[in-house]
Design a protein. Structure first.
Length: 423
């Protein structure tokens, strides 16, 4: 089905879509980190410098090396065991051979740093590397609150870098951006500060409502992957779960529960995040559908529906019944979740198979695929809703593409089921 869908979309599907712009094209979105830095006039004052072997900076901390030179350290690019790693520049961070550092400052002071530290100016990061860097290094625009203890004080007096773990790149004072001598600038209510540091430290600033208001977070903030380093572990757990289920070593429900517990125990998923992302409406819907399916079976309604289907279509052969089962399942799936659809339709399909003396597995597989063929409307699947706005799709796009794709899925499913189960 995947192969058939790809071919269909390449040849026919993409020409059937409407050409309206996506939401991102029609309205301004969040500024990127680069846009935010540029708004303070720092686009040309951002440098990436390499620390070669033999540099006097090696084994010295940031506080010891950079504070006197008029540049602001932002982050480190370290290479350990052949892997690239990005870290925010904290006062206690130590320089190591082959590190790359990101600094912001006037060209003259940067050249002084390059000369005194024996550094090498490197080209800027490419798009992929920039995405990796912004997973660890963040920027934000904050404003002083009316009761902030920083009002009428300087950054040096409050020891801002050590206290909050971020570096101030620029200050907008009375509408004018200031990028030099920031440590001695007296702060006033309404001043905005462009800060850089690790995302956890920026989150803590956002929570300090007494002193700060976070005005702008860049678009990269919404793209953070908090557990990205544990992705291989998550994939390994998934593969192990599939293998255990395929070999039937333990019941499927037990395998899934063990995999979920392993994801939590390994730190791939936080327990509090699970409660936020569970779709409780779906849980309640499935929980309510299970007794409904039991009631239909015990009252004989399931058998009655199966017998009616066989009586109407039995003379046309099992393939016609399979196609009907697929279509009915897909139509029901337009209005309720695919899990609830499977609970309702599987018993009917299996009873119909028994009445025809055909393979129940064939009919159950048809129901399984039919439950997933929710292409016709955006509301028939949570996945459809997720891609609707980013793709710029309209309701009509789903109908125009969904109907032929649904019929194609039916043909492929019935054909393969008939071959695999030898009808």
């Amino acid at each position: 089905m995947l192969a058939a869908a790809i071919v269909f979309m390449l040849i026919f599907g993409r020409n059937m879509l409407s050409q309206r712009l996506t939401a991102e094209d029609t309205r301004p979105g969040q500024p990127s980190a680069i846009d935010l830095v540029s708004s303070y006039g720092l686009a040309d004052k951002w440098y990436r410098l390499q620390v070669p072997r033999g540099s006097p900076l090696i084994d010295r901390s940031v506080a010891q090396s950079l504070d006197q030179l008029g540049v602001v350290p932002v982050g480190f690019e370290k290479h350990q065991h052949g892997r690239q790693r990005f870290l925010p520049a904290m006062p206690e961070t130590v320089f190591e051979a082959d590190d790359a550092i990101f600094v912001v400052g006037p060209e003259e002071q940067t050249q002084q740093l390059v000369a005194s530290g024996g550094l090498v100016v490197l080209p800027r990061l490419d798009q992929r590397q920039r995405h990796e860097a912004f997973q660890e290094l963040g920027v934000a625009e904050i404003m002083l609150a009316p009761e902030s203890h920083l009002i009428d004080a300087t950054l040096r007096e409050v020891d801002f870098r050590s206290r909050y773990g971020v570096n101030v790149l620029a200050i907008r004072h009375r509408g004018e951006p200031l990028t030099t001598n920031l440590g001695d600038q007296t702060l006033d209510f309404g001043d905005t500060l462009l800060v850089a540091g690790g995302w956890p430290e920026i989150r803590r600033l956002r929570d300090d409502r007494e002193n700060f208001f976070v005005l702008t977070l860049p678009a990269e903030f919404s793209e953070l992957m908090p557990a990205r380093h544990r992705a291989p572990i998550a994939v390994g757990i998934l593969v192990a779960m599939v293998v255990v289920m395929a070999l039937e070593l333990i019941p499927n429900a037990a395998a899934v529960l063990l995999a979920a517990l392993a994801l939590i125990a390994s730190g791939c998923v936080r327990l509090d995040a699970i409660y936020r992302i569970i779709n409780w409406k779906t849980v309640v819907l499935v929980a309510g559908t299970l007794p409904l399916a039991t009631a239909l079976a015990k009252t004989g309604a399931t058998a009655m529906m199966a017998n009616a289907m066989v009586a109407a279509l039995g003379s046309l052969g099992p393939l016609a019944v399979l196609a009907t089962v697929f279509l009915v399942t897909s139509l029901v799936g337009l209005f309720i979740s695919n899990s609830a659809t499977a609970v309702l339709m599987a018993p009917v399909a299996i009873d119909a198979a028994r009445a025809l003396h055909d393979s129940p597995q064939a009919f159950a597989m048809t129901v399984a695929i039919g439950c997933c063929a929710a292409y016709v409307t955006p509301v028939s699947s949570a996945v459809n809703m997720l891609v609707m706005e980013p793709g710029g799709y309209s309701f009509g796009d789903y109908v125009k593409l969904g109907v032929p794709l649904l019929l194609l899925t039916m043909v492929v499913t019935v054909a393969l089921v008939s071959v695999i189960y030898r009808f």
